[in-house]
Design a protein around this ligand. Structure first.
Ligand code: NAG
Ligand code: NAG
Ligand code: NAG
Ligand code: NAG
Length: 857
């Protein structure tokens, strides 16, 4: 026990020193998430004006949460009405410096967000104040999409217990929000100060406005019931005509008075607190530019009110006058442990002018945290490092902090080394295992696998972060960093849409399908596992999607089996086979709801998935479920389920097949345009057609990802080519012997297309839309190299897995696929962005799609 104390003792001193350095709030440090995402704010403290449905109630308005239907959504937001709000009760006064908002993404299904909002706040729950920025503007720019978190600095910061987010719109619309507040507890406890209004000085013909420009109470002849510049955490500069704030009038930072208006010789300020407190000190930040007749106060007399009455005897303090140092400073007044809930102080003029920029109170033993000096933020508030009477303590604190950091760095370095060793050992062991495994052709189709929306995925996926991680905005507009789309010029519909087929999907917003039939129920995320005909084919589909997909009309019809003519076996699996067939009269079965390139009265090529007659009951059920899902996938770039034969055994699923076979074989047969092709007389494909095909793949994947489907095996071998370079994404690859070399059996695990897989899919078994994006990058590479070689053909399977480890370690030793000869820089950039280590930094299919269109424009 004693030893424990001994070892902890220096740490305690250190923490004490660190904690003790600041007795006033520092907006640069006070940026802790206040508990919407971390859960410290209880559900009952989150309320709202209205809710769209029970599953979009106020309690779902937590930033980064995907619970319920993914966000708080009020009833329709009407223009110019501030009826709707999401209210958070923080239970005590807080200093709030930053707000974060996010829309409803719900794993790709949601698409509602607030483009603009206002904030109202209250300290007592009855008087509500509209927040405005330093320029007087109330509206805050919100989100641009449903998933990115947008952080906005509150300038000035808010001191409040209750905060309301009020979505604003210029037309009637559905809006959903997830929010977080950042700041810290307001330990000063100050609820309001009442003071005479600040005055105007004329200086060399120019007016210096010394009013309290952000005061949030009533301002008539005096200021009452509010807080403002004296509590905004921002200390004025030595020269009061200058300011930290950009583009404001001279004197902005200070509230000032002249002795000419005060015959009594003092300015009286009354401070009201949230409760009776035991006060130790008051610090008043004063200007002392004596050359301009501005000086700190000569004397202060403070009266205390503890219960209802003012104490008769005031406390008096006279700082030593300073005619030498013109810098602004904190003057510390000891309040000698008086208990009070209100303090009234009379500040006596020492010269013609007296100017304050900040007044803080220290009570009880509470202290603001101070950690390392935070990185300077774009327009962020400066940290207050004004001359203070606790200079030596700051110095000691800093030194200790530096030691502390050094120790921390050493620990981190050591830890990293150990971790790396472990990892290397682990991957070596894995490789050893794998060396004994043989490449297997056993078929196992990984196809459209649905993500569980309750486990976040895709662009909404967040790396787990510690609860008290401080947030510092990274850019001037405080967006989440590096979403590719921001770097790209804005997409214009006219310029971008190059073909009708692609255009058909461009306008289709994923949210529309959900919005119409109200909010789907996917709180109960029971997963349905489907096994396709070829064996280990896993479709994990949450109940929601089953609802969504198994709508009233399963639009597939029974097809007369006798009209199918067998042509070729495409693949085989544990539970059945896939045949290439010709189907007579298939035209009648094809849906009229989107264009098909059908040749009249010619037998159509179709792929027929057949379940063995002796398959067990589970396999049969799964096969039928797969039919349900497939029948609802309708996109010009996704293979369609045309018809079924389920009236008798064997059960069959008839899907499209395209005359030019798969993209891999198709490109292998072709050459790029150029001299070589001329000589060899080989058929060619132009670069623009390659791009057209790649764009269609992106478009099809965009559709799948909008439904939150994860394909898991995107590659050229799984894309079929029709007339005029049309492309449809399918999932036959794994069942074909032709491509057995593309799959690799990891010991005890599935057969996997490792050369197309993201590092996290290989190492962590995580398949998400972001890992599909990775595979798309590889598919794009294959396309632009005419599939003349396998990706990483110079690496063995084992080396590919080793390379995966390098992607994970991210020490710049990973090998990227090289830039194909045909590939212009912007397109190679798209590929590289698909292979970013951080899943959140990879572009979405929507972004890829637009970027590809852009690259052709
Ligand atoms: C101090 O830091 C903790 C997290 O470490 C935070 O929750 C708390 O709000 C901070 N308090 C103040 C007054 O800054
Ligand atoms: C303070 O003075 C400036 C400059 O005259 C003026 O624009 C502003 O409205 C004033 N603010 C308040 C709260 O009186
Ligand atoms: C205020 O706090 C000081 C130091 O903690 C203590 O000695 C004093 O008794 C307290 N005063 C009151 C009135 O509680
Ligand atoms: C204001 O202060 C100046 C400088 O101390 C002094 O000369 C002047 O008389 C004072 N004016 C009034 C009205 O007290």
């Amino acid at each position: 026990m004693k030893r424990l104390w001994d070892t902890n003792f220096p740490l305690l001193i250190l923490l004490y020193l660190l904690r003790d350095v600041t007795s006033q709030v520092n907006p640069g440090v006070c940026r802790y998430p206040l508990g919407m995402s971390g859960g410290q704010i209880q559900d009952e403290d989150i309320s709202a004006s209205s809710q769209w449905s029970e599953s979009t109630a106020a309690r779902y308005g937590r930033l980064d949460f995907e619970e319920g239907d993914g966000a708080w959504c009020p009833e329709t937001v009407e223009p110019d009405s501030l009826k709707e709000f999401l209210q958070i009760d923080l239970r005590s006064l807080h200093f709030i410096t930053l707000v974060g908002t996010q829309g409803r993404h719900a794993g790709g299904i949601g698409n509602e967000f607030a483009q603009m909002y206002k904030i109202k706040y209250s300290r007592d729950g009855s008087r509500w104040i509209s927040w405005r920025n330093r320029q007087g503007k109330q509206v805050i720019e919100g989100n641009r999409n449903a998933y990115d978190i947008v952080l906005k600095d509150l300038e000035p910061p808010i001191i409040a217990r209750f905060v309301r987010f009020m979505p604003v719109s210029d037309h009637s619309m559905n809006v959903c929000m997830r929010v977080e507040l950042y700041g810290c507890e307001w330990l000063d406890g100050l609820v309001s100060y009442n003071a005479p209004v600040g005055e105007q000085m004329s200086l060399e013909g120019e007016s210096v406005h010394l009013n309290d420009s952000v005061y949030d109470g009533a301002v008539i002849f005096s200021m009452t019931e509010g807080l403002g510049q004296l509590t905004d955490g921002m200390c004025g500069l030595d020269d009061f005509t200058q300011s930290h704030v950009y583009n404001v009038w001279p004197g902005y930072d200070y509230v000032g008075w002249t002795n000419e208006s005060f015959s009594s010789g003092y300015v009286e300020i009354m401070f009201e607190f949230d409760r009776a407190r035991n006060f130790t000190t008051m610090k008043v930040h004063c200007n002392n530019m004596f050359t301009r007749h501005v000086k700190a106060f000569r004397q202060v007399m403070c009266y205390f009110r503890s219960e209802a009455d003012w104490e008769a005897k005031p406390l008096s303090f006279s700082p030593s006058p300073d005619d030498v140092n013109p810098s602004a400073r904190f003057v510390t007044v000891s309040l000698a442990n008086h208990m009070a809930s209100a303090i009234k102080c009379q500040f006596y003029f020492a010269d013609t002018w007296m100017m304050f920029s900040e007044i803080t109170f220290q009570s009880d033993t509470a202290m603001y945290n101070t950690t390392l000096a935070p990185p300077k933020t774009g327009g962020g508030p400066p940290t207050s490092t004004q001359p203070d009477d606790s200079n030596t303590r700051i110095l000691i604190g800093c030194l200790v902090a530096i030691i502390f950091i050094l120790v921390a760095i050493i620990v981190i370095i050591l830890w990293r080394q150990v971790w790396q060793k472990m990892l290397e050992k682990a991957s070596r062991r894995m490789l050893d295992d794998e060396l004994t495994a043989s490449l297997s052709t056993q078929s196992e189709v990984f196809s459209y696998t649905h993500n569980n929306p309750s486990s976040s995925s895709g662009p909404s996926e967040q790396e787990s972060s510690s609860t008290y991680e401080r947030i510092f905005p990274l850019g001037p507009d405080y967006q989440e960093p590096s979403r590719l789309i921001r770097k790209l010029p804005e997409f214009t519909e006219e310029a971008g849409l190059t073909n009708a087929a692609v255009a058909a999907t461009a306008s289709k917003a994923p949210a529309a399908t959900v919005g119409q039939d109200g909010v789907p129920h996917y709180a109960e995320a029971d997963i349905v596992n489907l096994q396709g005909v070829t064996g280990g084919n896993t479709y994990a589909v949450p109940a929601l999607t089953m609802d969504l997909l198994s709508g009233k009309d399963v639009a597939v019809e029974e097809f007369p089996r006798k009209l199918l003519t067998f042509k070729e076996k495409l693949g085989e699996g544990q539970f059945g086979e896939v045949h290439l067939c010709e189907a007579e009269g298939m035209q009648e079965f094809m849906n009229k709801d989107f264009p098909f390139d059908i040749t009249e009265n010619q037998p159509e090529l179709v792929a027929v998935k057949m379940l063995r007659a002796d398959a067990n009951k589970n396999a049969r059920n799964d096969f039928l479920k797969e039919i349900k899902i497939m029948s609802r996938l309708k996109d010009p770039n996704i293979i369609r389920l045309l018809a079924v034969c389920i009236c008798s055994d064997p059960l069959c699923m008839i899907t499209e097949y395209m005359e030019n076979g798969d993209l891999n074989q198709f490109l292998c047969r072709h050459e790029p345009e150029g001299q070589l092709a001329l000589i060899s007389n080989a058929p060619t494909v132009s670069y623009s057609n390659l791009c057209y095909m790649a764009t269609q793949i992106a478009s099809g994947m965009r559709y799948l990802s909008s439904l939150n489907f994860v394909h898991r095996d995107l590659a050229t071998r799984n894309c079929l080519v029709g007339k005029n370079y049309t492309i449809k994404i399918a999932d036959f690859g794994m069942s074909r012997n032709l491509y057995s070399g593309d799959y690799y059996r990891i010991q005890g695990r599935a057969v996997l297309p490792i050369r197309w897989m993201s590092w996290e899919s290989i190492l962590l078994g995580k398949f998400t839309t972001a890992s599909d994006v990775w595979a798309f990058g590889v598919t794009l590479w294959e396309t632009l190299t005419f599939c003349k070689e396998q990706p990483y053909s110079q690496l063995t399977d084992e080396q590919v897995i080793e390379n995966t480890g390098e992607f994970f370690r991210d020490q710049k030793r990973q090998i990227y696929l090289p830039q194909p000869a045909l590939c212009p820089d912007p397109v190679y950039k798209i590929m590289l962005s698909c292979w970013r280590r951080n899943t959140k930094e990879r572009p979405s299919f929507q972004e890829i799609y637009r970027a590809l269109l852009e690259s052709q424009a």
